[in-house]
Design a protein around this ligand. Structure first.
Ligand SMILES: [Zn+2]
Length: 411
């Protein structure tokens, strides 16, 4: 069916710039609309520059939005052009990205939904599979990623994140001031972060003042090499986590030594009481700790060491914190508790960065918050084919990108 009236109606319903409607037919998969670009002279699909026609290509379909429950498809036989730079390519069409079989409006909707909805909702609402969502996101993020996101960075946070149950990693750079992810790279070693500095360039690197991170050597080394003027700020929660691990090692040793006895059994159940902050303890856990003070002094000493290290980072004045940390290191290294003696060395080595936390109050908290959000994303991203799609998903949901879904308007 054709007719000028119908073509006009379809044109207004589709709301796509740069095409004219030739006709439409109803098929099993929906309404197939025959279209033609308004631009008569073909352009290269890659660079968009005008290029002479080469030959015709068979007609193809682009999936567009649905009207009610009926899916709209666009049909057109794009010409192939001969671009001086890119050789023989399919011409550019106004309604879709190069090599995509979805219209831009549809991809925009996918991106908007992927920021907000879970995997099965998106697949169900749009009738496409999750891998296709991944491919669409990859393309649209690449296209929309603003180079400006790397401008004016002063305080960054770096962190790593496991993907595919820890077999693969991505590293993140977060802008503290704007609370958003500005860069994602595959891997978690020094070279990974080097790639970030390469992209940032010397001028913008000079503007950086602080970098928050955990105590892993790779990032610290990369920042030290590439941006030696940047103050490294070590995350206090990571320091505390190391203390918790040392405490738990001591506890497990004690449990082994007391195996079979009543006391050993009690120790086994003391884990959470020991690891919690004292002000979060339940009455029962508080009682357990007081009992421990009497029955197992080794473990109680380890507990006090853990708590004391945390208190050292509570100080507001760096000088007081510094004195506290020095005393703590002394105590820990003479505690006859190997895990804490080892931790004392780590604290000593990273003291400047830990004090930078006290001085600035910057923690990796912003980064961790984003990290938690990404962890939820990573579960969804299992279905993606590659880390690139996961990277795109992170930038899509935590990079401050905005999309406009097709909202209902009057015709
Ligand atoms: Zn070209």
């Amino acid at each position: 069916m054709a007719g000028p009236r119908l073509r006009e109606v379809l044109g207004r319903v589709l709301r796509i710039q740069g095409l004219s409607v030739q006709g439409a037919r109803l098929e099993a998969k929906g309404v197939v609309v025959e279209v033609r670009p308004r631009q008569r002279k073909p352009r290269c699909g890659v660079c968009g520059r005008p290029a002479p026609g080469y030959d015709a290509s068979p007609g193809r379909l682009w999936r567009h939005l649905a009207l009610g429950q009926t899916i709209f498809w666009l049909h057109y036989a794009p010409r192939r052009v001969h671009c001086r730079e890119h050789g023989v390519r399919v011409e550019r069409v106004a309604w879709a990205a190069h090599d995509s079989s979805f219209t831009r409006a549809f991809e925009e909707l996918v991106a908007w939904q992927a920021q907000r909805l879970d995997k099965s909702s998106i697949c169900r609402l749009l009738g496409i599979n999750w891998r296709t969502v991944g491919t669409i996101i990859e393309r649209i993020v690449e296209e929309r990623l603003s180079p400006g996101r790397l401008e004016g960075l002063q305080i960054i946070g770096v962190d790593e994140l496991g993907w595919k149950a820890g077999h693969k990693y991505v590293s993140l750079v977060v802008d503290h001031l704007r609370s958003r992810v500005v860069w994602v790279g595959e891997g978690k070693n020094e070279e990974t972060l080097d790639a970030f500095f390469d992209e940032l360039g010397e001028e913008r690197t000079k503007e950086l003042t602080h970098a928050t991170m955990d105590l892993s050597a790779a990032f610290s080394k990369a920042v030290g090499n590439r941006a030696p003027h940047v103050r490294k700020v070590f995350d206090r929660f990571h320091v505390q986590k190391l203390a918790n691990e040392a405490l738990d090692t001591v506890r497990r040793q004690e449990v082994r030594e007391q195996a079979g006895s009543q006391e050993g059994k009690a120790l086994k159940q003391s884990r959470w009481a020991l690891l919690k902050n004292p002000w979060n303890l339940t009455v029962r856990q508080g009682e357990k700790l007081s009992e421990l003070k009497k029955t197992n002094q080794t473990l109680y000493r380890a507990y006090l060491l853990k708590e004391s290290l945390a208190r050292g980072m509570d100080y507001v004045q760096p000088k007081r914190a510094s004195e506290h940390l020095d005393k703590w290191c002394q105590w820990a290294s003479h505690s006859r508790l190997a895990p804490f003696a080892k931790l004392a060395k780590t604290v000593q080595r990273h003291k400047d960065g830990i004090l930078a936390y006290v001085e600035t109050g910057l923690s990796n908290g912003v980064v961790e918050g984003i990290n938690n959000k990404i962890r939820a994303l990573s579960r969804r991203a299992y279905g993606f084919r590659n880390p690139k799609a996961f990277r795109a998903m992170i930038l899509l949901c935590c990079g401050g990108m905005e999309f406009t879904p097709p909202l209902p308007v009057a015709a």
